[in-house]
Design a protein around this ligand. Sequence first.
Ligand SMILES: [Fe+2]
Ligand SMILES: [Fe+2]
Length: 435
Amino acid sequence: MTAQANDLVAALAAARKATQFYPGEHPRFVEAVDALVAEAGMCTAEGPFTLNVHEGRLYCGSEVLTGEGPSLSSVLESMEARKVESFTFLPGFSAEDARGLTEALNLRPSPELDVEAELAARGVTGVQVSRVVDGNAEERKERDRERERDKALYRRFVSTMRRVSEGMRQGGGVDVSEASGLVPEIVSRLLESPSAVLALATIRSKGEEDLFHAINVMIYAMTVGSALELPEEGLASLGVSALVHDIGKAVFDADQADAMRLHHPQAGADILARMPGDDRAPMLVAFEHHMGVDGSGWPERDASYFPHPYSRMVAIADRYETLTKSRSGPGLTPDRAVARILSESGTALDPVFTRLFVRALGVFPVGCWVRLSDHAVGVVRDNGADPLRPKVRLIYDARGLELHEPAEIDLAGDTREIVEVVDELQLAEAAADRL
Ligand SMILES: [Fe+2]
Ligand SMILES: [Fe+2]
């Protein structure tokens, strides 16, 4: 059997070579195709015949092919490079099949190349192919699918909140039931994969800053809540509260900036007090989210007044979001924003919740652009056990060239270090587009 297999391999290698050198109707090519058909015919006399690659060797069944010469290695390499694990030749393998197969084996290897689809496109029916299952590629695909689902959830939040604010602008009351209905979905994603949800908060707004602000503040506030291990119901209530914390702004016109800044907490509380339901947290958070724990901020209140825990969490989330997405000029990089809120901890911001938030974000928060010691640049994707060694999606290689396929690296098992945080404006790349 192996002798026949060796002949088949030699015929396949010769046919590949002939396609490269001679046009389709050239006698040498026709000859090579006929030889391949004849060899395949011999091998499949008793049924389907499989050649398969395993750990750098070519097999026929369980027997390794040991044929000498370049044809074995050329066939082996051409299969490996195109992620082909095996070819099964079927009885009736025709000249058309032989032409299609040799053509497919001459296509330039690339991650997108799908030999099976290429064979089907050429009408090949006499040979079946099975592809090497690339574990990493599968994982990457699954993660991409998850990311698309998460982004879709974010977009649903955007359109829901757009309807809420339009409804209010037209003088209707506030109805957040639709938005509240979405919150549990984000809660469960947050519990499953905090870093995936944090990555969403790096999505850039394009003209609708207030909507994106509300959603990102919700994500950051729930990050504090989840670090505090609030029960799911509490997280959902915190999320809704964060989502509507600035709803009072809707009653002011654009030219009333000062009045809006000072009075949107009261206006928001008035609106939310009329909202149906028993949950008073949204109203309280709207009223209290600009109150510092040291008595600073607004509205004015007695020295004994202390804001609700959710209000203190939303205050931190609001501050971080505003610092990183500053509308008046470029925002701070995430690491600088973390340093800033730490400096405000204990004065305006609740020190315990600030600590929890900072720990959840990590030294290099998800979405941070970082340069490594070999000059490669990437985006932080996830924080591992070592805060200085997160998981990074590399976008530019050490020479500064954009990678065709971003590489996922875990700095925990890498000799490189992070040497600096890069301002994404310098790169003109939004992290969210890359995560
Ligand atoms: Fe506000
Ligand atoms: Fe805000």
